[in-house]
Design a protein around this ligand. Structure first.
Ligand SMILES: C[S@@+](CC[C@H](N)C(=O)[O-])C[C@H]1O[C@@H](n2cnc3c(N)ncnc32)[C@H](O)[C@@H]1O
Length: 365
């Protein structure tokens, strides 16, 4: 059995796993349980899972300390950390006793961290054996951390890529990765298009997953910037790829790109930047929403002939929230008339945000 710890975007992370075919159970402690035997191979391709624990053995409150000592005698390295996802206490006194017992037979160093849940970077860098206690449906399990997300690599891609443009709005790479997985369902060597590519975040994540990428944007500097980011990514990761990126309005894509695609993954233009200090009134917001609705309909119509039947579109659809009232941009019930089936949607963003970003999966009908 494996147990998974998820990042900040819980619902999206769960959807990512289920679209990749992982059958899962949510535990009351917040972890996700799965017996998927391929999980460790899948983990590095995920955007939403931060840690994987592998079950070592069941235990009980009475035998816990001796079971932990046995595991520590046999483990490699001397650095250990403990996390408790159960209701059974594991006190500082218990850990001192454990350290004394184990250090009679082998060197041991117990690491403690200020934060709850050990810092991923610290765990990776200090080669720590992290043991966790997990309540799984009435059984108490000792598990060992078997995989940790490479936080350094994610932030390197986010912060060090040569072309960045805050005003354009950039997706966090992990969200882009999850969106790609929602579209590909784990298949590789597909042709993936982002027709509002901006700085190329979606295309970068797709390239790392082995897809052929195509990008377009109606802004020349975004196209040039995306090409720079993709070249940088290929150089950093020793990848060979010749991505196609060109200027095009998303609603007239067929004129520039007549070939077939497998899927589209995109965060489109989401409207003007809204400052909470000078918010437009409901009438103006409705006008903005109407304009976006038109852009998204026009785009979905233009993309339809490029996609195979069943081909997916994973798209961020914004919705404005004003004094508790929702102003949507593209009504789900109009999607069928554009030739698509609606499959799922997960809201992403800060709780009190004015713009809620609904990451939506559509499929060509
Ligand atoms: C929200 S940004 C995309 C950001 C991107 N996901 C990233 O992480 O960098 C939207 C992009 O759509 C482009 N855009 C706006 N209207 C467009 C249109 N009609 N057709 C194509 N691109 C458009 C903008 O130039 C902008 O780069």
């Amino acid at each position: 059995m494996y147990y998974l710890s998820l990042g900040h975007t819980r619902d999206l992370s769960i959807l990512e796993l289920s679209e990749l075919g992982v059958k899962l159970r949510e535990l009351p402690c917040g972890l996700i349980a799965t017996d998927n035997s391929n999980l460790l191979a899948l983990a590095p391709t995920l955007g939403g899972t931060t840690k994987v624990f592998k079950s070592l053995q069941p235990t009980s409150p009475n035998s816990l300390l001796s079971d932990l000592a046995q595991i520590m005698f046999q483990a490699e390295g001397k650095n250990f950390a403990f996390s408790n996802y159960s209701t059974s206490p594991l006190t500082a006194q218990d850990l001192r006793q454990l350290k004394e017992e184990v250090s009679l037979k082998r060197p041991v160093r117990l690491l403690s961290f200020d934060t709850s849940g050990h810092s991923l970077i610290a765990l990776r860098k200090q080669h720590v054996t992290e043991l966790s206690l997990i309540d799984d449906g009435g059984s108490l399990i000792i598990a060992r951390t078997a995989w940790i997300q490479d936080a350094d690599a994610w932030s390197h891609r986010d912060r060090r890529r040569p072309y960045q443009d805050i005003k354009r709005g950039m997706l966090p790479p992990k969200v882009a990765r999850m969106m790609v997985n929602l579209g590909t369902k784990g298949k590789t060597q597909l042709t993936l298009l982002d027709p509002f590519c901006g700085t190329g975040t979606v295309l970068m994540e797709a390239l790392l997953l082995g897809q052929n990428v195509v990008g377009s944007d109606n802004d020349q500097s975004a196209v040039e910037g995306t090409l720079r980011n993709l070249a940088w990514l290929c150089q950093e990761n020793n990848l060979q790829s010749t991505p196609k990126v060109f200027v095009s309005d998303a609603t007239h894509l067929q004129e520039k790109y007549p070939d077939q695609l497998d899927l589209i993954v995109t965060e489109p233009y989401l409207g003007p930047l809204l400052e909470s200090k000078s918010l437009p009134d409901a009438k103006k917001l409705k006008n903005i929403a109407r304009g976006l609705d038109k852009l998204y309909r026009g785009s979905l119509r233009a993309w339809h002939p490029l996609l195979p039947s069943g081909g997916r579109v994973v798209i961020v659809l914004p919705e404005f929230l004003l004094s508790g009232r929702s102003i949507p941009t593209l009504q789900i019930d109009t999607i069928a008339s554009l030739g698509y089936n609606y499959l799922a949607s997960v809201a992403y963003g800060k709780k009190d945000a004015i713009v809620v970003r609904n990451i939506t999966i559509l499929e060509k009908s």
